[in-house]
Structures are given as structure tokens and as C-alpha cells.
Design a protein around this ligand. Sequence first.
Ligand SMILES: [Ca+2]
Ligand SMILES: [Ca+2]
Length: 148
Amino acid sequence: MKFKKWILSVAVVASVFGASQSAFAISGLADDYASAVPFALNHELVTFIAKSDSDWYTYQNNTSSTQFVVLSALAYQYNPSLNVDLEVYLKSPNNSGLVYLGTAADSGPGLADVYTRNLLPGETIVWVVNGHNPESDIGIYRTSVVGV
Ligand SMILES: [Ca+2]
Ligand SMILES: [Ca+2]
């Protein structure tokens, strides 16, 4: 069941975006939680990871229902020389601290790292995109949060 859901998630990530939004950031933007970029559901961003860079993003479930969300990060246009990783945290409504949830399994260069979770009403999921090798994984990537 869990595996099936994961397969579904990947299919959704692959199909949901007709036209992606584009914004080219530079190192120094969204480098920590305080400057994290807030996402709406079913939003994708194309941006740049610099040397030793990390980019922080957040999505809050503002609805009254639990949402199953799929986070992903991958090299733009499947560039096989770029491997980005996805680290995930949770902020609950009555706790200001971040709880580390885990790092998505590494799919390797050019491929999507995917993380899924049921997000309760009010919860905020926080994800960080890093170069797999911070010294050499530099380039354009895409990241998204999709509700299934
Ligand atoms: Ca950054
Ligand atoms: Ca990776």
C-alpha cells in the first residue's frame, strides 16, 4: 500500500506541471529557516543551487483536513551532472521548534528525491535542498510540493 502510494506520488510529480514557474535565485537567498520561501500547494520553483548552498522552503496546511503531500527535488531537465538532496523538518502549530523528519532516499544524479507525509491541519512542513556533494553539485533544479 505504501509502495503503491509512492508510485502514485511520482506519477503525479511527473505529470502535474504543464508550465513551471521560473525564478533564478543566487547563493545567499533562502539560506535558513528564517528566510525560507513559502509555497502554496501544487507549486513548483525552478532555481539555482550554488556551491555549498542550501535553500529552505515551507508549506503550511491551512485547511481543516489532513493532506497527503509529496515533496520533491531534482535536477532541471534531468541534468545527469547534478544531484540535489532533500532534508525535511516539521513545525507543529503549538511548538515553535523544528523537528527533523529525515532525508529523502538519494535517487542519484538527474533523478528526483521524493518525500511524502500526511500533514495535519496547521502543520508546516519544511524542506531544505542541498547539493549531494556541496562542493560540486551546482546547477539548476526544480522543487515542488504536491497534494495527492
Ligand atoms: Ca540558498
Ligand atoms: Ca539526491
